[in-house]
Design a protein around this ligand. Structure first.
Ligand code: CP
Ligand code: NVA
Length: 309
């Protein structure tokens, strides 16, 4: 069998994602109160090296994978395009072939999903998508874990997404199809979910509706999710900000959701744009649990890639 890559949630499938979440819950509980650098008792990835390649900025993905591989007993190593030969034009294929000889797994954050696919074709070791222009599956494993921890089981869940149709939303749509929950997307006219993910989720039986009415999207939701209006690599266009303004998650919008609804955001947030300060700092917001869960979720992703889940 070839290396197990995690470029999208569908590479693992619904059963494996459920197993990842279960393992994350168990490992998180088993090390409660421990120093964050202490390896888990079983150190299942002892001796393994994870190399992380960043073509874009990161705080959570970089630190969570770094801490995750250490907690699993392995060793992290970080490369960025500015200081590696990638930044001087060495091909992705050659870079992948070299890194695959020196490391046991590769995590890549890139501006072009095709580059992550190219890396996976040539590395010979597992390649993990740490965010591309198209998707952000590692984030969504953490989000699903956070929803479950906060009393929102996935079957039957009604999730509202407000704002831009972007990489994070694509992976949430994919998750809806794999984990069987319903989703209402509130987005401006002219903003269209990527059909690659939308069609697959609908074909899998997930009820996903797209509306231009923000209140309708949020109505009766168990979980309300948004993300920055301007993703990395996009122009900070005034027109886009104006178009998205009606889709801000604020107190009035949260009032349309269920009274015990939770608010999620992958971060970094732009308070006052996609979310009001009141919601971001309010009692329904679980964004910092969500951020912490990146560590626990990324450990599960690594274990699945190594065939240990
Ligand atoms: N949510 C997320 O991926 O954050 P970073 O860009 O800081 O990694
Ligand atoms: N959609 C955002 C997510 C950042 C974690 C971006 O791509 O910049």
């Amino acid at each position: 069998m070839g290396a197990r890559h995690f470029l999208d949630l569908g590479d693992a499938g619904g059963d494996a994602i459920a197993a990842m979440i279960g393992d994350a819950i168990d490992r998180k509980a088993a090390r409660k109160g421990w120093p964050k650098g202490r390896p888990d008792a079983d150190a299942p990835l002892a001796g393994r090296v994870l190399v992380m390649v960043f073509e874009k900025n990161s705080t959570r993905t970089r630190v969570s994978f770094d801490v995750a591989i250490r907690q699993l007993g392995g060793t992290p190593l970080v490369l960025d395009s500015a200081t590696s030969q990638l930044g001087r034009g060495e091909t992705v294929a050659d870079t992948a072939r070299v890194l695959g000889r020196m490391a046991d797994a590769i995590m890549v954050r890139t501006d072009d999903h095709a580059k992550a696919e190219e890396m996976a074709r040539h590395a010979g070791v597992p390649v993990i998508n740490g965010l591309t222009d198209r998707s952000h599956p590692c984030q969504i494993v953490a989000d699903l874990l956070t929803m479950i921890e906060h009393g929102k089981p996935l079957p039957g869940l009604q999730l509202a997404w407000l704002g831009d149709c972007n990489n994070v939303m694509n992976s949430l749509v994919e998750a809806a199809g794999l984990m069987k929950f319903a989703m209402r997307i509130g987005t401006p006219p002219g903003y269209v979910p990527d059909p690659l993910y939308l069609d697959a989720a609908r074909a899998a039986g997930s009820a996903i509706t797209v509306t231009h009415d923000a209140a309708q999207a949020a109505a009766g939701a168990d979980v309300v999710v948004t993300d920055t209006w301007i993703s990395m690599g996009q122009d900070h266009a005034a027109q886009k900000l104006a178009e998205l303004a009606p889709y801000q998650v604020n107190e009035a919008l949260m009032a349309r959701a269920k009274p015990d609804a939770k608010f999620l955001h992958c971060l970094p947030a732009h308070v006052g744009e996609e979310v009001s300060g009141g919601v971001f700092e309010g009692p329904q917001s679980v964004v910092f649990d969500e951020a912490e869960n990146r560590i626990h979720a990324q450990k599960s992703v690594l274990l699945w890639c190594f065939g240990l889940l």
